[in-house]
Design a protein around this ligand. Structure first.
Ligand SMILES: *Cc1c(COP(=O)(O)O)cnc(C)c1O
Length: 399
């Protein structure tokens, strides 16, 4: 089982053994190298392929308006923020982005972090701690789980998207100081949406704080991409909403939107805010441009949804199982991990880059190809992808 690639010694041999085990199970991550901008097509190994892997929902990652905004900002403000904001001060650019995001999302206030991941780590541990309790959807994202663990609050998992199980778990948990309910907005492996109005009802009934992580809903759900809170009209009812600018916004950066008191407290106690530097200048400028674009037009959001609708409908007609998605994320359910890997490999040979996802990212026996639709795709791109799925699906006996 030893992998000869590593110059291991007795101290690190166990790591090489674990890597070899992953390779044997077909679960070892192989990362493709992209030699082009992230867009509807990408270049891999000198070959142009259709890209269905990125969370670049609106095609903004290589958009000329965002690139221009970033270049101009570099000329005016340079590149980096220099230090954490509490020590070196904050650039007006960051303040402007936060004000604009708060208006866009109709939230009392916003603070930005380096990423969606750190936004969760900054937020959850300042809301709850030892002696408190968190009710967390079983399928919540890893960054929520890590934020919960860091808080040292008791974590009670409730059944996926089940307000009734949440209610039962709340009623069965009697020892606590403060309480918090946390859910993903859009679940990234299945594309289903949290029943936020019902979760709010339960939260309100028991007077519990409600937090949603809308990483995959930002720029996708709601009026012109304002997110899940806007989608359900729950402004002012959800206490805190996490977002990311690394998906639909095409850039990088985390958002915490919510009550002013929560945002102010994060700026006092949130560790990734206090001990890690702010977003870089070009990131902030590009995100500001993305907000501008979304405020002025919902064309890209509409294109994303019509592309996703077309892809889903045609895949179902071909006989594929696309799970229970309600968003532009389309899981193509295949079952065992080796089948999903073979499927992905053959798709690539047909010019389509779409990732196989297996355990532990999804439960055993539910391996799939996850197709990320994007406004960057044209109608003919979609037709080409569907033809490739049909060919590979037949060759592998899936349809
Ligand atoms: C992608 C994702 C994140 C992480 O966002 P980054 O900005 O890439 O760090 C956090 N939460 C959820 C639910 C996500 O899907």
């Amino acid at each position: 089982m030893t992998s000869s690639k590593y110059s291991t010694d007795s101290k690190t041999q166990y790591l090489a053994d674990q890597i070899a085990a992953l390779q044997e199970q077909g679960l070892y991550n192989r990362i493709r190298t992209i030699d082009s901008p992230m867009d509807g097509h990408v270049v891999i190994n000198d070959k142009q392929v259709l890209n269905f892997c990125a969370n670049n929902y609106l095609g903004l990652a290589n958009h000329p308006r965002l690139k221009d905004a970033a270049k101009k900002a570099i000329d005016q403000y340079g590149i980096g923020p220099g230090a954490v904001r509490t020590i070196a001060g904050t650039m007006s650019l960051h303040d402007t982005l936060e004000q604009r995001l708060a208006e866009f999302k109709k939230a009392e206030a916003v603070v930005t972090l380096q990423s969606g991941f750190t936004a969760n780590l900054a937020t959850i541990p300042v809301l709850v701690g030892k002696g408190d309790v968190i009710f967390s959807d079983r399928l919540n994202h890893a960054s929520i789980i890590d934020g919960c663990r860091l808080s040292r609050a008791k974590i009670v998992a409730y059944d996926h998207n089940s307000p009734s199980d949440l209610r039962a778990k709340i009623e069965a948990t009697t020892e606590y100081n403060n309480r918090l309910i946390i859910t993903d907005g859009v679940f990234s492996m299945d594309g289903d949406i949290a029943p936020l109005p019902e979760l709010y009802e339960v939260a309100n009934e028991h007077d519990i704080m409600l937090m949603v992580d809308d990483a995959h809903g930002e720029g996708v759900l709601g009026n012109s991409g304002r997110g899940i809170v806007d989608h359900f009209g729950l402004h002012g009812k959800v206490d805190v909403e996490i977002g990311t600018m690394s998906k639909a916004f095409g850039v990088m950066g985390g958002i915490v939107a919510g009550k002013q008191v929560i945002i102010d407290w994060i700026k006092q106690r949130g560790r990734p805010f206090l001990f890690s530097s702010a977003m870089t200048v070009p990131d902030v400028a590009a995100c500001l441009e993305a907000v501008d674009m979304l405020e002025n037009s919902d064309d890209l959001v509409k294109k994303l949804w019509s592309n996703a609708e077309l892809f889903k409908t045609e895949m179902q007609k071909l006989g594929f199982d696309t799970g229970h998605t309600e968003t532009p994320i389309v899981p193509v359910m295949l079952g065992e991990a080796p089948l999903a890997q073979a499927f992905s490999k053959q798709l690539f040979e047909e010019g389509v880059f779409a990732m196989a996802i297996g355990f532990p990212t999804v439960p055993q026996g539910t391996a799939r190809i996850r197709v990320m639709n994007s406004a960057a795709h044209s109608q003919s791109d979609l037709e080409e992808a569907l033809a490739a799925f049909e060919k590979v699906g037949k060759a592998l006996g899936v349809i």
